[in-house]
Design a protein around this ligand. Structure first.
Ligand code: NDP
Length: 248
């Protein structure tokens, strides 16, 4: 039986690259998306065309009922879950703190933080040996912004990723004795659609100048780090957060 991975926000960018690499490594993959069914189906079709197993599952990760349903559907359609990647995340237009309002803060925290918590909770319910499960691994996708703070750009997003890092460390300790490892990655600048929402033309070129390696990373470079943390190669690694940032 192949291992089963559920990846949130698997329809584009880092999530899509991770879904494709996981399938190459033999995982059956549940590809979650929020609204773009076509993009998710493209990822699923690419996996199936290469002989892999995958399904597209719609769910808004900030909705408790959606998340519970998604985990049930993943188990029904692919089998026992062994891995979760909490990748779904949003970023809004860059702005200073004076222009932030509660509605924006709620949107950011609902997807990035509450979404990660709800999916992690559901994964523990399915995977923990404490509940009769067979163990597994979780990777939370954070950001270098959690450490850098993103002053003048999106402190709200940075703070949400700080919360994701704390979830990684706390949950890792909580379930370490139950067969579940929990780790994180902190991507730096990665060339995906997400930067289109930053509201600044030439943004990627400008930010690349601040990366010691002098370029943005690719989604595949982040995917490789995620897959390593999920794998048995990382069997004694839990509560760790790996920077994938070209030295930034
Ligand atoms: P993209 O904007 O390219 O893709 C985001 C994905 O998340 C899409 O599949 C989208 O689905 C999904 N999504 C968004 N909100 C929800 C939700 N509420 N419920 C379910 N799915 C949702 O993002 P990236 O690939 O760039 O980023 C992936 C992760 O990496 C994020 O957590 C991001 O914060 C993090 N990151 C990215 C960096 C970068 O430079 N790109 C740097 C550091 C961290 P749909 O299209 O259907 O809405």
């Amino acid at each position: 039986m192949s291992q089963v991975l559920l990846i949130t926000g698997g329809s584009r960018g880092i999530g899509a690259a991770t879904a494709l690499l996981a399938a190459q490594q033999g995982y059956a993959v549940a590809v979650n998306y929020r609204q773009d069914a076509g993009a998710a189906q493209q990822v699923v079709s690419a996996i199936q065309d290469s002989g892999g197993r995958a399904v597209a599952l719609q769910a808004d990760v900030s909705s408790e009922s959606d998340v519970e349903r998604m985990f049930r559907e993943a188990a029904q359609q692919l089998g026992t879950l062994s891995a979760l990647v909490n990748n779904a995340g949003i970023l809004e237009q860059q702005t200073r703190v004076e222009h932030l309002d509660a509605a924006r803060l709620k949107r950011i925290f609902e997807t990035n933080v509450i979404g990660s918590f709800l999916c992690a909770r559901e994964a523990v319910r399915w995977m923990s040996t404490r509940h009769g499960g067979q163990g597994g691994a979780i990777v939370n996708v954070s950001s270098r912004a959690a450490v850098l703070g993103s002053a003048g750009e999106y402190v709200d997003y940075a703070a949400s990723k700080g919360a994701v890092d704390t979830l990684t460390i706390g949950l890792a300790h909580e379930v370490a004795g139950e067969g579940i490892r929990v780790n994180g990655v902190r991507p730096g600048l990665i060339t995906t659609d997400m930067h289109a929402s930053g509201g600044e033309p030439g943004r990627v070129a400008r930010l690349s100048k601040g990366v010691p390696m002098g370029r943005g990373g690719t989604p595949e470079e982040v995917a490789r780090a995620i897959l390593w943390l999920l794998s048995a190669e990382a069997s004694f690694t839990t509560g760790a957060i790996l920077d994938v940032s070209g030295g930034r």
